[in-house]
Design a protein around this ligand. Structure first.
Ligand SMILES: [Zn+2]
Length: 627
């Protein structure tokens, strides 16, 4: 039952302990091929499953060494395939990392730097388009609004199921959204798969369970007492088990190619980070990556120890199924390493970036380059780690090893050059609607709507995020208080934090939101006014200011604020709708109709709004817009 790992190069860390005995039991019970090398009949239509588990730390999975992980489904797939022991995400955030998975690009090549305020640009070729063009059925089933269709990942998927139940929060402005349980997402995916008959099929399923808050179903909570995060990991694994069983029932197991990955890990308090999004340490950056597909030539029961990237997944899948590569992708195909026909690609390193600290907190951003056993986290004060001796990244060697630090930074420059060679002109910033931002806030994120400036990601003049861990802990605590309805305590904490960081846009925004929820509108106006002084391009703050002024009948002030919001975020929907409402209430029907027609150009599917625009146009005395 002990599995052998077959590292291609020198081992970079201690051998991974054997998988749990559960694994063997599962293999015997299902009668499937597995680590014992038994062949499964190669039958059924070609089926590619990309399964992403949100926020799953590699070291919380059984086949990565956790003995009580409760992850037999992932462990079984690893035993039947190849486990990557040093896979890195491209960013510790859901949308940017998934954009990398589907586009085969790192952040500088796809331009999706944050959740909520960015969408994958139209012109960037993506995995699902390539499969769809080749005649495959393509379906995606996601479990969180962070990946909703409007963020650009739906392209190429004939079915993109992001219908996630929506719950109204306690305020008219701040909405809370449920995640969709993995069991439900899987059931919908399997129902769709059934409809595909014998068509070759690409299926992407996204599970949200391990993302905070950690509230596992009772059975999984009981199996992992005192560790609700692990309970959520086990619940996600059970959903995967149901998915693979369902695929088998459809007669698709014989020619199934499976990739299991996480978009990022979770800090769980290490390096001063409770969740994820800011730092680039191992806890959030190393992800499980398992590929199983005996019928596609993928080796059994093997491991690759060299660092690879989530951006490599799309190029790899395309090569394995024989489709042409995506133009402009800067990810590398891992197909030769998977089939044993070659090794992992030679590369200057693996690149990752964190833009959230810069975009949302006004600090410096971070960039990581992993090469072999070395890792550089570039920052105002760079960190260099020797991963072979210090896998926990506890000892910063940068001061004593200037040459190695410089060499990794140079490798980063090469990687950036490679990434930008494929990037589109013009950037990708777009604004999200207030509802979208409220959704994200309910998940623990707050997009500020700021654009990426022309300056560098690493800003020596700005705060180094690692000097702000105390702030982050309190910030997360305040956000959690606000999320759970304890607005008074949240407001007190936000105010205290503001004394330490008076120019932090995300902090000001969240403080203002909490003030709105409690009806303290005068104070909210003062806070949002400070936010737009700190960041005059902070569209969402202008929008909130407009709403507040609007509600107190300051039409001129509201109009100015809405216009600033529209200027800051040229494709924003809500400030246009709000300004249209303001105009309509004052008899300015033509201007109101103009604005709603702009909204429709941006969001053509909104039938109710189309009728409203037509009515306004008629009242303005003009002809309704051409259909
Ligand atoms: Zn995520």
């Amino acid at each position: 039952m002990t599995r052998e790992t077959r590292p291609r190069g020198a081992p970079r860390r201690a051998a991974v302990p054997p998988c749990a005995p559960l694994l063997v039991a599962a293999l015997v019970a299902s009668g499937c091929a597995g680590g014992d090398g038994t062949a499964r009949p190669v039958t059924g239509p070609p089926t590619v499953l990309l399964l992403t588990v949100d926020t799953l730390r590699a070291d919380r999975v059984g086949c990565y060494g956790r003995s009580d992980a409760g992850t037999p489904a992932i462990d079984t797939l690893a035993a039947e395939g190849v486990r990557f022991d040093a896979a890195q995400t491209t960013a510790p955030l859901t949308l940017p990392a998934h954009a990398s998975l589907l586009a085969g690009r790192t952040l500088p090549a796809h331009g999706v730097f944050d959740n909520g305020t960015f969408a994958l640009p139209e012109g960037i070729p993506v995995l699902a388009e390539a499969f769809e063009k080749a005649g495959w059925a393509t379906g995606a089933f996601i479990s969180s609004p962070v990946l909703a269709r409007r963020y650009g990942l739906a392209r190429g998927f004939v079915r993109y199921d992001d219908e996630i139940r929506r719950e109204q929060g306690q305020s008219g402005i701040v909405m809370y959204y449920d995640e969709r349980p993995g069991t439900e997402t899987v059931a919908r995916a399997l129902a769709w798969l059934k409809e595909q008959g014998d068509k070759p099929t690409l299926l992407w399923v996204h599970l949200w369970e391990p993302h905070a808050p950690y509230i596992p179903p009772p059975a999984f909570a009981a199996a992992h007492p005192g560790d609700p995060y692990q309970g959520e990991v086990a619940a996600a694994d059970a959903a995967l088990a149901a998915l693979v069983s369902g695929i088998e029932r459809e007669g698709r197991r014989g020619r199934l190619l499976v990739v299991v990955a996480a978009d990022h890990g979770e800090g769980l308090g290490e390096h001063g980070e409770p969740t994820h999004g800011v730092f680039l340490y191992r806890q959030t950056m190393q992800v499980p990556l398992v590929v199983s597909g005996p019928a596609w030539g993928v080796r059994r029961d093997a491991a690759v120890v060299e660092p690879v990237s989530l951006a490599d997944v799309a190029p790899t899948l395309l090569e394995l199924v024989g489709l042409p590569p995506l133009p402009g992708a800067d990810g590398y195909s891992l197909a030769p390493a998977l089939t044993g026909k070659g090794g992992p690609p030679a590369r200057p390193g693996v690149l990752a970036e964190s833009h959230l600290p810069q975009l949302e907190f006004g600090w410096s951003g971070l960039r990581a380059i992993v090469h072999g056993d070395q890792k550089l986290i570039d920052a105002p004060r760079p960190e260099l780690f020797d991963l072979a001796r210090d896998p926990e990244e506890a000892t910063n060697l940068a001061d004593g090893r200037a040459a190695e630090t410089a060499a990794l930074r140079e490798a980063g420059t090469d990687l950036l050059r490679r990434a930008r060679a494929g990037a589109l002109e013009g950037g990708s910033a777009r604004s999200a609607t207030s509802e979208e931002l409220a959704q994200l806030q309910s998940l623990g994120y707050a997009g500020s709507g700021r654009r990426v400036s022309g300056g560098g990601l690493i800003d020596p003049g700005a705060a180094d995020p690692k000097d702000r861990t105390g702030f982050l802990e309190l910030h997360d605590r305040a956000a959690e208080l606000a999320r759970t309805g304890r607005q008074g305590e949240a407001i007190a904490l936000f105010a205290e934090l503001e004394r330490a960081e008076p120019r932090n846009p995300s902090l000001l925004f969240q403080h203002g939101q909490a003030l709105i929820v409690t009806g303290r509108h005068d104070e909210a106006i003062a806070v949002f006014s400070r936010a737009v002084t700190v960041d005059p391009h902070f569209g969402m703050a202008w929008y909130r200011l407009g709403q507040l002024l609007d509600s107190r009948k300051d039409a001129a002030g509201a109009e100015t604020a809405y216009r600033r919001a529209i200027e800051a975020d040229p494709v924003a929907l809500d400030p246009r709708k709000a300004l249209a409402g303001l105009f309509a209430s004052r008899g300015r029907f033509a201007e109101a109709a103009d604005l709603l027609e702009e909204v429709l150009a941006l969001d053509p599917g909104n039938a109710a709004l189309r009728e409203q625009a037509a009515r306004l146009r008629a009242r303005a005395g003009g002809a309704p817009p051409a259909r």
